[in-house]
Design a protein around this ligand. Structure first.
Ligand SMILES: Cc1cc2nc3c(=O)[nH]c(=O)nc-3n(C[C@H](O)[C@H](O)[C@H](O)COP(=O)(O)OP(=O)(O)OC[C@H]3O[C@@H](n4cnc5c(N)ncnc54)[C@H](O)[C@@H]3O)c2cc1C
Length: 480
């Protein structure tokens, strides 16, 4: 008989959270801390969403999206999770670039970038300072007509080398391009390329284990293997969810599922106004990714090659080429034993941005062939930096946009949610249906580990306000 993953679950909660990505878990934790009853439903066996890992024979533990995040994650974890989690965040020591326009290592902070731009690229300090100030002062309510390309041309006209330095890491981190609103660049750049890149000591498995412990301590009812297939709506209000064939009642449904799936699939178009639907249909998904995971044999070592290595063989930065199936640009993440103390093992993960259509429409035979080709070309590219990689590796496998879609159910396997216009639609959901909220990677700004966690905080505050109102209205009705 199939196992009942909802055994012991209540028939009603104040809020149901669909999905355990960093946004969903952060929101669930905050709501429980605020005194609300919370049920967190995850369809996968693991919690964490894209922030996840897998294990393979030979003692390998391979992280999927833990390459680096900005310093702000320390504050977010300390304030909204625990000191223990925040204290496990450590700075990456070296970030390298290697492409036809430049090759160097950087500590990835404002001081080093300023020096590099002055000494290597010959830019005046005043121009660099002005650029940093302009990027820092950008905010959500700014004029959206200026693109990142316009911003770069204003400060560094014709300098495609500088455009590449400033853009390539951000494109890898959130899929944005030179044609996206400059405000998205300014906000992310100021967070990301200012005080270094950080990671979690212990790996994603240790982080998610700590987060689960914290949620349980605060009273969140967490369930895996629980696929929500319907958000229940009555009279323009959420009534709960249908999960694994059972209905569970709640005043709030907070979806961490993909935005289009939340609207069109889980809720249903019939519940939204035509104007809202028209705008929602215009929301573009961000790109997806391919990765190649390489586990190094027990006992073998990799010389220090930097923590993050941005490589490219194309002449100039091109967001289009970054997604091309014929890969020309890769980010290599090197995981040394210090990152997972006690394991004494190394692994390397190569990441590339990718288009869903390039992979989704292949026959099974073509798909497997293309995956092998990706693995082979990645090993060849890595030989430049780790010449004996082929003799050191004892596990290699690849993931594609189809893999990301399968495990997270994201529309088109999107790695970074939606483009900018998705943020407005995500925020407007409760105006359409009382009690229906969305959190998770959207709008470029609210994407990545830090953006998703912070958006979880923002939306949980709105849910808290809503629930307090519902509860006080209920009390008034009872006392009358
Ligand atoms: C290859 C790759 C590399 C990345 N590298 C970085 C990086 O270096 N730094 C960085 O900051 N960010 C990185 N990111 C992005 C980052 O991982 C994501 O932005 C972030 O983890 C997304 O969190 P989220 O809260 O939006 O939810 P997600 O992680 O998308 O999780 C959503 C969850 O909802 C669940 N779900 C969906 N539908 C249902 C349903 N109907 N019922 C139940 N459960 C459901 C899914 O199973 C999933 O667990 C990377 C992403 C990828 C793919």
């Amino acid at each position: 008989m199939a196992r009942n993953w909802l055994k012991g679950a209540q028939t009603r909660y104040d809020s149901v959270v669909i999905g355990s990505g960093l946004a969903g878990m952060t929101a669930a934790n905050m709501l429980a801390k605020a005194g609300h009853s919370v049920l967190l439903l995850e369809q996968h066996y693991n919690f964490g969403g894209l922030a996840t890992w897998f294990k393979r024979k030979g003692g390998h533990i391979l992280d999927i999206s833990l390459h680096g995040f900005p310093i702000g994650m320390i504050k977010t974890c300390r304030k909204y999770w625990s000191k223990e989690i925040a204290d496990s965040i450590v700075r990456l020591q070296g970030v390298r670039f290697d492409n036809p326009q430049f090759t160097f290592s950087t500590t990835f902070d404002k001081i080093d970038f300023t020096n590099i731009m002055r000494e290597r690229f010959g830019v005046l300090k005043e121009v660099i300072d002005d650029f940093f100030v302009t990027a820092r002062e950008m905010n959500f309510y700014d004029n959206l007509s200026m693109t990142t390309r316009d911003l770069f041309e204003k400060f560094f006209p014709g300098r495609t080398d500088i455009h590449r330095l400033l853009m390539e890491p951000i494109t890898y981190a959130n899929g944005s391009t030179l044609d996206d609103p400059a405000v998205t660049y300014g906000i992310v750049f100021s967070n990301f390329m200012d005080k270094g890149v950080y990671t979690f000591k212990g790996g994603t498995d240790a982080l998610v284990k700590k987060m689960k412990k914290e949620m349980l301590k605060n009273g969140v009812d967490i369930r895996n293997h629980c696929l929500v297939d319907k958000i229940l709506v009555e009279d323009k209000k959420t009534r709960g969810v249908r999960v694994n064939g059972r209905e569970i009642e709640s005043d709030v449904v907070l979806s961490n599922s993909s935005l289009p799936a939340t609207i069109h699939k889980l809720t249903g178009d019939e519940h939204f106004s035509p104007e809202f639907l028209e705008e929602a249909r215009k929301v573009r998904m961000n790109n997806s990714s391919c990765q190649v995971y390489m586990g190094i044999k027990k006992g073998e070592k990799i010389d220090y090659t930097g923590d993050l290595l941005f490589t490219s063989v194309t002449d100039e930065f091109s967001a289009k080429k970054l997604c091309d199936k014929n890969v020309t640009s890769r980010t290599f993440s090197f995981y040394y034993p210090e990152i997972r103390p006690g394991t004494n093992q190394y692994s390397i993960v190569s990441s590339t941005n990718a288009n869903f259509e390039d992979w989704a429409n292949l026959t099974e035979e073509e798909y497997l062939k293309e995956k092998d080709k990706l693995i082979e070309s990645t090993l060849t590219a890595l030989e430049k930096y780790v010449p004996d990689i082929r003799s050191k590796v004892d596990h290699v496998e690849a993931s594609t946009p189809k893999t990301f879609k399968r495990y997270t159910m994201h529309t088109r396997g999107s790695s970074f949610g939606t483009k900018f216009e998705g943020l407005k639609i995500s925020k407007e959901l409760p105006e359409q249906i009382a009690g229906l909220f969305h959190t998770g990677s959207v709008g470029i700004i609210m994407s990545g580990w830090l953006g998703a966690a912070n958006y979880g905080v923002i939306v949980s505050n709105e849910v808290d306000r809503f629930l307090r109102k519902v509860k006080s209205e209920r009390l008034e009705t009872v006392s009358v």
